[in-house]
Ligand binder design. Structure first.
Ligand code: AMP
Ligand code: DBH
Length: 545
């Protein structure tokens, strides 16, 4: 790793974070070793009919790390992992942590555009996929990726490998490996982003484990915790807030759910006596409706965490009566900062705020457009720095100059206010992004793909409010060669297929709606007036067509 990969914390702050015990010099590989010593035969993971003890997981990580080394992978190289919620996600990640290989946390929904960009940006040496998941054949995707990512030496498949390497073939006798350094990068998370290319987020062993340990304490995860992983496990929220890693840290049990539909989830909750679960608001709505209708037995549930997107207070108020368990709001970001409402907070805090930071060393500033602090209680841009918030994206020197202040605060792009009780409320967003049910879409990225179609002169993606997902996306298009008699719904379909097939973007990023305009409304300096487009999109939703 070089200095350009990763922006370190200033020495003075790093010393402080160590002195205060936030950073303990432990790697994620050593973390699992310690857990295996402490909890050996207890069940760590339930994956369908398979059960893995802490010791099983520890041994599997050792064997696979040895296999990775034997196959030519080296400490410091990157491996893109794109797996559904299955046990192999954990064996692959812990094998990486053991030997200092850096996993890039791709999600099952990503396609050629995203995976290709991760592989190129990370200069990945390996890519791990399932054979099939959710009706999609990842081996077909891998063939496309090999054509665009020259650094890739290996595709590793869980299941039927075709011409690639089966994961099982990497099993090898454990060997002594050089231990990575806790201050080095452990993993690369993904940013929702607001620019044309998604950025990679370097998280160190030290900082990630601190956020997990501190989250465990706040959320009161214990050896009795049974955590249902319903969201995609590679995502920062179910991985670390406290998520699956927090469950392991507590000696609890992770129950992996392949798909988050409420029927299967409620069956798993009853079968495994699940006590904790994390959801995004759109999933929560689906679960609430299902549970109200069918009244399944959910007596084991103790805590339901909701985060990733704004939760309406009316929806929040339904949680305790319908599920019979406590609600916790979580406002976090893969870049670091995580806020929680606390388990002892009164209803007014839990229902109407997004909580407060994990750490006494999390620094929060709420500022106006000129970076001046706003009056207490007023809404402004949230800036933050602290012991588990990155100082810069991976290999993004130029972008880092705008994404971070000169003194190292991360510009979250969120608009927040601080209530008199100290809790934050998310009031909106300044970044040009759509939050579609917790999945973030950078407007500029999709606009770029739309502009690559020869008929498109100008494109603008905006968010439209939606009762289910919170927001949906609507693309406005100015055509290069408008034709009065053309069937525009056909053209809209053509553009969606262009995004899916030619550009290879993930399904959730394909605009929910496409509208055509003769000319875009502009602001005084000649920029596209997105607020006006948003109004237009909302008006057109309301009027019957
Ligand atoms: P990312 O940077 O892609 O990890 O996404 C983090 C972003 O998700 C935050 O900056 C917020 O915009 C949004 N977010 C996460 N949790 C919440 C929440 N509880 N309420 C509102 N927005 C949220
Ligand atoms: O949205 C997020 O990225 C998020 C939400 C809640 C997150 O990263 C987290 C908690 O850790």
């Amino acid at each position: 790793m070089t200095d350009a990969d990763f922006v370190p914390w200033p020495d003075r702050l790093a010393a402080r974070y160590r002195a205060r015990g936030w950073w303990r010099g432990q790697t994620l590989g050593a973390f699992l070793r310690e857990l295996a010593q402490r909890h050996g035969d207890r069940t760590a993971l339930v994956c369908g009919s398979r059960r893995w003890s802490y010791r099983d997981l520890d041994e599997a990580a050792d064997r696979l790390a040895a296999g990775f080394v034997r196959s030519g992978l080296r400490a410091g190289e990157r491996l893109v992992v794109q797996l559904p919620n299955i046990a192999e996600f954990f064996t692959v990640c812990f094998a990486c942590f053991r030997m200092g290989l850096i996993p890039v946390m791709a999600l099952p929904g990503h396609r050629r555009a995203e995976i290709g960009a991760f592989c190129r940006d990370a200069e990945a040496a390996a890519y791990v996929i399932p054979d099939r998941h959710d009706g999609f054949d990842y081996r077909v995707l891998a063939r496309e990726i090999l054509a665009v990512a020259p650094s890739l030496r290996q595709v590793i498949v869980v299941g039927a490998a075709a011409e690639f390497t089966p994961l099982d073939a990497l099993d090898a006798e454990p060997r002594t490996l050089a231990e990575p350094v806790a201050g080095d990068i452990a993993l690369l998370q993904l940013s929702g982003g607001s620019t044309g290319t998604p950025k990679l987020i370097p998280r160190t062993h030290d900082d990630y484990l601190y956020s997990v340990r501190a989250s465990v304490e706040i959320c009161d995860f214990t050896a009795d915790t049974v955590y249902l992983a319903a969201l995609p496990v590679a995502h920062n929220f179910p991985l670390s807030s406290p998520g699956t890693l927090g469950t392991l840290q507590s000696g609890g049990r992770i129950v992996l759910l392949r798909r988050p539909e409420p029927e299967a989830a409620c069956a798993a909750i009853a079968a495994e006596a699940v006590s904790h679960v994390a959801l995004v608001p759109s999933l929560l709505l689906a679960w609430l409706d299902y549970v109200e209708r069918t009244r399944p037995p959910l007596t084991s549930l103790r805590l339901l965490q909701v985060g990733g997107a704004s939760l309406a207070s009316e929806t929040a108020a339904r949680v305790e009566p319908v599920f019979g368990c406590r609600l916790q709001q979580v406002f976090g970001m893969a870049e670091g900062l995580v806020n929680y409402t606390r388990l002892t907070d009164p209803a007014s805090v839990v229902l109407e705020s997004q909580g407060r930071p994990i750490s006494p060393d999390d620094e929060i500033r709420i500022v106006d457009d000129a970076d001046r602090d706003v009056a207490e209680g007023a809404t402004g841009h949230l800036l933050t720095r602290g012991p588990y918030t990155i100082r810069g994206y991976w290999r993004a020197e130029a972008y880092n100059r705008t994404a971070f202040s000169a003194d190292g605060f991360y510009r979250t792009g969120d608009l927040v206010r601080r209530r008199p009780d100290g809790n934050l409320q998310v009031m909106g967003r300044a970044k040009d992004q759509i939050n579609r049910g917790g999945e973030k879409i950078a407007a500029a990225e999709i606009e770029g793909y739309l502009l690559s179609h020869p008929r498109v002169r100008n494109a603008a993606l905006v968010a439209v409010p939606d009762a289910r997902l919170g927001e949906r996306s609507c693309a406005f298009i100015e055509l290069a060669d408008a034709n009065a008699t053309e069937d525009l719904s056909q053209l809209a379909l053509t553009l969606k297929l262009h995004l899916r097939d030619r550009c290879g973007v993930a399904n959730h990023k394909i605009p929910d709606r496409i509208e055509f305009l003769d000319r875009f409304p502009l602001t005084a300096p000649g920029k596209i007036a997105k607020p006006q487009l948003r109004e237009l999109a909302i008006k057109q939703t309301r009027s019957p067509i």
